[in-house]
Design a protein around this ligand. Structure first.
Ligand code: CTP
Ligand code: CA
Length: 224
């Protein structure tokens, strides 16, 4: 049977989703990264696809297989993520940044493997560009959603981020909270808006979090 139009509320909407960690190589065989599983971003991409959206999923290295019915672009570094997301976002109406972007990369990426030295080793890092903030800087009519994991002062910090990056809202979670850990199938998040208002959601599967996220984000799409 044909899906009811209500279930296809993102028909004609292009959604870009970033997922997973980035890898910042120090030399050809070593990198800085984080334990992001990509599950949250894949859930958002899947839910958006099922609601009729044209989806581009840009993901760092994760163990999840490609999702059918969308363009899946695999990248490694934050700079590659930036290029892919900014390109795909040009004609998109919604961007959801679930990616755990490394904040720094090596100042000099060595082309040969770094040999062990007897002394302490100091690595110089330079900041990566903030992709969500760049998108927010030329927001247009796009809906922008971020994620943030905070260990303390979560709502205040997430609201400040939403404001600074010009995001419509940020879903906040705590690494210590049960059901919010990296790699799990559930998530307990709090929706935080740039004005500091917030709404704690119950512990839900990542797919249910994705559905709620899209329902909130869809409300912000320009009518028509
Ligand atoms: N983000 C991004 N580009 C970066 C860093 C973060 O687009 N270089 C996005 C993330 O994908 C996420 C949101 O910004 O949606 C918040 O990420 P977070 O790491 O919490 O923000 P930071 O500004 O990096 O702040 P912090 O110093 O707390 O890490
Ligand atoms: Ca960060």
């Amino acid at each position: 049977a044909l899906a009811r139009p209500r279930d296809q509320d993102l028909l004609g909407v292009k959604v870009v989703v970033s997922a997973g960690p980035t890898r910042e190589y120090l030399d050809p065989v070593r990198f800085i990264s984080n334990p992001s599983s990509g599950k949250m971003g894949f859930a958002v991409a899947q839910a958006a696809r099922d609601r009729g959206a044209e989806v581009v999923l840009v993901t760092g290295p994760v163990s999840l297989p490609d999702l059918p019915g969308m363009r899946v672009q695999r990248i490694e570094s934050a700079l590659e993520l930036r290029a892919a997301v900014l390109e795909a976002a040009q004609d998109a109406q919604m961007v959801v940044m679930t990616a755990a972007v490394a904040d720094y990369r090596a100042a000099d990426q060595l082309t040969e493997k770094q040999a062990k030295v007897a002394q302490d080793l100091t690595i110089s890092l330079v900041p990566n560009p903030d992709i969500l903030a760049e998108l927010g800087g030329s927001k247009g009519g796009r809906v922008l959603v971020g994620f943030a994991m905070e260990t303390h002062a979560g709502v205040e910090r997430a609201a400040a981020k939403a404001q600074r990056k010009n995001a419509d809202f940020i879903l906040l979670n705590y690494p210590t909270q049960e059901g919010s850990a990296f790699g799990g199938d559930d998530n307990q998040v709090t929706l935080v808006r740039p004005d500091g208002t917030s709404e704690a959601w119950p512990r839900l599967s990542k797919l249910e979090v994705a559905q709620r996220l899209l329902t909130e984000a869809a409300k912000l799409l320009p009518a028509g």
